[in-house]
Design a protein around this ligand. Structure first.
Ligand SMILES: Cc1cc2nc3c(=O)[nH]c(=O)nc-3n(C[C@H](O)[C@H](O)[C@H](O)COP(=O)(O)OP(=O)(O)OC[C@H]3O[C@@H](n4cnc5c(N)ncnc54)[C@H](O)[C@@H]3O)c2cc1C
Length: 511
């Protein structure tokens, strides 16, 4: 058996959504990356269908958002429907006031996204995707990591030597196993069944609900998602001890919605809802991200979104440490920031799941009453939304703890520079940004920022905003400056006098 060698800064195991976003971001930062992926090409059937506005923004950090957006469509409304088809509650999933520059959740075409993101890697000569290689071992000798893989179509082994490795290899992560990382089970496993179909005739869309639906069928909770284009998905909850139903039986369930003969069935697969969280996200020179670090039921559509948050949180930290511009402990803030955030997201997902499931007639009655109440009382609806969709700010990690705005998101607005309109993040790039009111920055501050690779953006001088929202945000919070991390979380923000404290807090992390 022959053996090939590759040397790089970061080895990424797995090129799913998490791995491919991480590789793009690292490539953009000039890091030498090897991505090792077992499969050849992108899996053609979408798994994730929902993407939230913050994740759209995170995908934007790859520089590919203009190519990705045509493969999205607004999510529209969620409907809770009783077994007679009566809508108990309809909730419009949009919010023009999010800080992220997108007005709410979307359906998206996962295979199209993955193809574009993989294509994006070609922009970086130092990023190499190795497809058809199955990672079988990860060894960390303290100075380097060796990732060992087998080529699936040749009698050949590959050894990748890297300074750091990141396991983005999904729920059955070999990397996680090699590190001996345990997963905490936050809630019991629940069996579900997924049916992915395509409408044979696009005109049949009119026969099916136009919105995403939870259907409170008497015998089992059912989810209907119209997805993007002609994709139509049903998810059926199974009882804990229920056997895998026959294809005929499943098509019988679908016939309550539409004649299954009108559908091309792509797959009928069992899918367990698991709620798992890694107990450690880094061991030595190896980290885990995405489903390798956490798994959650898809009820709130947050699994992939969370993996992309991991990638956006981690890439710049790896680059800073590799460049000798930050202490290695910066990498520990990855788990400190991401793990509590995922736990909150998971709690929201479980909150939604609990409201929807109903194994007894009493619970079904209670579920109907809850839905009626939510439909009737707007204040309760807002509480339920907050419980179900949890996007907490960062509370611990690489932040100036003295700043009350630290951990919040820098608002993304449309801005004008040299006569052209840009999304703010496109202007800032995946880099540190110190946004200041003119006059709030001394020459010393500017020199400090330049030495640390922090770009300075003066409001009204280096850019103008188009709608006044950003200025309003600074005014409301009494801000003269906002120091944003590449992942667009604020490291610090405050009045001009607070900048000295923020500088000192930042410098405590320097190598
Ligand atoms: C039915 C369903 C619906 C979902 N809906 C949503 C949704 O609407 N919104 C949402 O945000 N999330 C959703 N999710 C969750 C989402 O799909 C996952 O969270 C997401 O795919 C995780 O991405 P990942 O890159 O971390 O892992 P994966 O997508 O699992 O990718 C891992 C990659 O690693 C590769 N790999 C694995 N082992 C090896 C190895 N040993 N060597 C080399 N390569 C390896 C795999 O081939 C794969 O390409 C859904 C999931 C399912 C199943």
């Amino acid at each position: 058996m022959s053996e090939g060698h590759v040397d790089c800064d970061v080895a990424i195991v797995g090129c799913g959504p998490t791995g491919v976003v991480l590789a793009n971001l690292l490539g953009g930062l000039g890091v030498r990356v090897a991505v090792l992926e077992r499969e050849r090409g992108v899996y053609a059937v979408p798994r994730a269908t929902h993407i939230d506005e913050e994740t759209l923004r995170n995908f934007q950090a790859t520089g590919l958002i203009d190519a990705l957006l045509p493969h999205t469509t607004p999510f529209g409304a969620i409907e809770m429907v009783d077994e007679n088809g009566r809508v108990l509650w309809r909730d419009q999933v949009e919010d023009p006031n999010t800080p992220h520059g997108y007005a709410g959740s979307c359906f998206f075409d996962q295979p199209a996204f993955e193809r574009i993101l993989r294509g994006g890697l070609a922009r970086y000569p130092d990023v190499r995707l190795h497809e058809g290689v199955d990672v079988v071992g990860v060894d960390d000798d303290g100075d380097r990591v060796t990732v060992r893989a087998k080529r699936s179509d040749a009698d050949e082994q590959l050894a990748v030597r890297a300074l750091w490795a990141v396991g983005c290899d999904g729920g059955r992560s070999a990397t996680r196993d090699a590190l001996g990382i345990e997963m905490e089970s936050v809630a019991p496993k629940r069996p579900w069944l997924i049916v992915d179909t395509l409408l044979k005739d696009a005109a049949d869309a009119a026969l099916l609900p136009a919105n995403f639906r939870y259907v409170f069928a008497r015998e089992r909770l059912t989810i209907y998602a119209h997805g993007i284009g002609s994709n139509r998905r049903w998810e059926f909850q199974l009882a804990d001890d229920e056997e895998m139903p026959s294809r005929e039986r499943v098509l019988g369930w679908i016939s309550a919605f539409v004649d299954p003969a009108r559908l091309e069935v792509l797959r009928i697969v069992p899918y367990a809802h698991t709620s798992l969280l890694a107990t450690t996200w880094r061991v030595g020179r190896v980290l885990v991200a995405g489903d390798a670090a956490h798994m959650m039921p898809p009820s709130a559509g947050q699994g992939m979104c969370s993996g992309v948050r991991d990638a956006v949180n981690l890439a710049w930290k790896l680059e800073r440490v590799l460049a000798g511009r930050a202490r290695v402990e910066l990498l520990d803030t990855y788990e400190r920031e991401r793990s509590p955030h995922v736990r909150e997201t998971l709690k929201g997902t479980l909150f939604i799941g609990k409201r929807l499931e109903a194994g007894t007639s009493f619970r079904r009655w209670r579920r109907r009453q809850e839905m009626r109440l939510l439909a009737a009382v707007p204040a309760l609806r807002d509480v339920a939304r907050r419980q179900g969709v949890r996007r907490p700010p960062l509370r611990d990690g690489f932040l100036d703890r003295g700043s009350s705005s630290a951990g919040l998101a820098l608002p993304q607005v449309d801005v004008r520079r040299s006569g052209e309109v840009h999304r703010f993040d496109d202007l800032l790039g995946y880099r540190f940004a110190l946004v200041v009111k003119p006059g709030a920055l001394s020459d010393g501050d500017a020199g400090w920022a330049a030495e640390r690779g922090i770009d300075v953006w003066r409001v009204g001088v280096d850019f103008d905003e188009t709608a006044g929202r950003f200025a309003g945000w600074m005014r409301e919070r009494g801000l003269d400056f906002a120091l944003a991390r590449p992942d667009r979380h604020l490291f610090a923000a405050g009045a001009a006098r607070d900048l000295a404290r923020a500088r000192a807090a930042f410098d405590r992390w320097l190598a």
